[in-house]
Write a protein that binds this ligand. Structure first.
Ligand code: NYM
Length: 207
């Protein structure tokens, strides 16, 4: 998997329901070249702190307002993302625009309205959708205190995610034992790194 020194990094996104196992996948950092793991929301910025307070039920915001804050939180990181990728660093990002649209449209907002503020953000080279049934995800250690972690909502969310599948999308069977999930992810990621190293252009949403 040798890559020329001026090849760009890949933009890889992990998506899925709450408790689908995304965060256990940080071993991907050990792939052997420059990789950074990021996540959205990025709770460290001012916008991120407003989001965090909303998610923890410490503040109330109108559904459209919180949607735009999640989007703004990605926009404030766009130029850093682009420079990292162009300098050869691969980014593996836990949640991105697909979560943004899926969560808000599962609440009842219009899907096209939800997609609009994401236009022009960098398009992932690969979206790894950790596919698990809402029932099975709910069995995993129970949901926490945050908003959205309820079975009925997660069922709507699964339908919204499925409506967003595009050319970069790969379904990963996330109900298998963790080693098997890792194996599927590793193969798909290595494949993607190879293609990006061969000069695949960096595109913008939506594909
Ligand atoms: N979430 C995440 C959204 O509703 N919209 C978004 O754009 C993003 C990135 O925030 N339940 C939701 C999904 C999660 C919650 O994410 C916090 P995490 O991965 O639990 O920190």
């Amino acid at each position: 998997h040798k890559r020329s020194s001026d090849s760009r990094g890949a933009l890889i996104v992990l998506e899925g329901l709450d408790r689908c196992g995304k965060t256990s996948q940080s071993y991907l950092e050990e792939l052997g070249h420059a990789v950074e793991s990021w996540r959205f929301p990025d709770r460290t910025t001012n916008v991120g702190q407003m989001i965090s307070s909303y998610l923890g039920n410490k503040s109330h915001l109108d559904d459209h307002t919180i949607h735009l804050l999640f989007s703004a939180n990605r926009w404030e990181k766009r130029s850093l993302m682009e420079s990292k990728l162009k300098s050869g660093t691969t980014l593996i990002i836990d949640r991105y625009s697909y979560s943004g649209v899926a969560f808000s449209s599962a609440k009842g907002l219009d899907m096209e309205w939800c997609k609009a503020p994401e236009i022009g953000l960098l398009a992932p080279d690969l979206v790894l959708y950790l596919d698990i049934s809402p029932e099975k995800a709910a069995e995993r250690g129970g949901y926490g205190e945050e908003r959205y972690e309820q079975l009925e909502f997660q069922k709507k969310l699964a339908r919204s995610f499925k409506a967003l599948r595009d050319a970069s999308w790969k379904n990963i069977n996330a109900s298998l034992p963790i080693e098997d999930v890792e194996k599927q992810l590793r193969e798909t990621v290595l494949n993607c790194l190879e293609t990006c190293g061969q000069g695949k252009p960096l595109l913008e949403l939506w594909l």
